[in-house]
Design a protein around this ligand. Structure first.
Ligand SMILES: [Zn+2]
Length: 319
């Protein structure tokens, strides 16, 4: 797909500077250089300044909340970009985050920052970010989230330590190295002639439908995962599968693999655990969904690959 990399988080050619990671002195020099910028992330929420990423200069008071060294994201025009976890900070009274919800609408403001700076859910602002910031923020959120949930060695259970400027953890006890994980998910634009298949999971906001999707399993090809997920959730049989586009999806650490899946059957048999409803809709009906003009199906959230695939299918731009 020619437009594949125009998806949100599609990347902007960030120089990830992998050669620097194993050089602690060079990393330390970049960490205090005047042109360096550091992005704080608080309990999974990046800092925003207006609708842009909230980059701070080295030495800023907010960065003193960090418990571990910043991770090196890469270089932009020779200037280093880092991210740091400041989850230890306690927000002011009345700004507590919402727990256990799909989307936390609350925002937290640090007293040392201007009024337009706040920690906020990336889901709500991801489509506003410029491509360069989007890649950096997605990388920061996924990498710091991995560190927060992988503090202990999975081989021996002892605490592990950050090495390689944040791109590995190593167990001081048994020497095992651990690498940041990325979990592949297939997401399918299922088509049958001029119609496509959308589904909704139990518990989703009213009117929300999306392309079918599911985690890949060990030992499975992308094609096999697409066929299995569609068959499990709807009973629809898939023939030819082709790759369209991918999207890093840092909630917490997925890679969405967008595919075109050509259906060979139409009858729907729902798996009620996975899906509450599934419908075939035509191109014109899909255009109404995208325009926010459909009576029962709401417009997809901006930034997610499902809406991106649907938009380009309606416009006949999947080539
Ligand atoms: Zn170990």
């Amino acid at each position: 797909m020619r437009l594949a990399e125009t998806v949100t988080f599609g990347g902007a050619g960030l120089d990830r500077a992998a050669g620097l990671r194993g050089d602690p002195e060079a990393v330390a020099a970049h960490l205090c250089a005047g042109e360096t910028r550091i992005l704080p992330v608080w309990r999974g929420k990046p800092l925003f300044a207006g609708n842009a990423a909230g980059w701070l200069p080295p030495g800023h008071a907010v960065l003193a909340e960090a418990a571990e060294a910043p991770v090196l994201l890469g270089l932009e025009g020779g200037a280093a970009r880092f991210a740091v976890d400041v989850s230890g900070w306690e927000p002011p009274a009345g700004e507590a985050p919402a727990e256990g919800v799909f989307f936390d609408p609350t925002e937290q403001r640090h007293p040392a920052l201007p009024g337009d700076h706040r920690f906020a859910e990336l889901r709500g602002l991801m489509a506003e970010l410029a491509a360069g910031d989007a890649e950096l923020v997605a990388t920061a959120k996924a990498l710091l989230g991995w560190h927060r949930s992988h503090r202990f060695c999975s081989a021996c259970g002892r605490p592990s330590a950050v090495i390689e400027a944040g791109w590995q953890r190593r167990c001081p006890d048994c020497g095992t190295r651990h690498f940041p994980r990325t979990d592949p998910v297939v997401i399918m634009l299922v088509t049958r002639g001029e119609r496509t298949l959308l589904g909704r999971s139990p518990g989703w906001p009213e009117g929300m439908y999306s392309c079918l999707a599911g985690f890949m399993e060990p030992g499975e090809t992308i094609e096999a995962a697409v066929r299995r997920e569609v068959a499990e959730e709807t009973g629809v049989r898939i023939g030819r599968v082709s790759y369209l586009a991918s999207q890093p999806w840092p909630y917490p650490s997925s890679l969405m693999i967008g595919c075109l899946a050509e259906a060979e059957s139409e009858a729907i048999t729902l798996d009620p655990v996975e899906l509450e409803a599934a419908v075939w809709i035509g191109r014109e009906e899909a255009a109404r969904v995208l325009a926010g003009d459909h009576p029962t199906i709401r417009r997809p959230r901006r930034g997610a690959i499902a809406g991106f695939l649907l938009t380009h299918w309606v416009a006949d731009r999947l080539d």
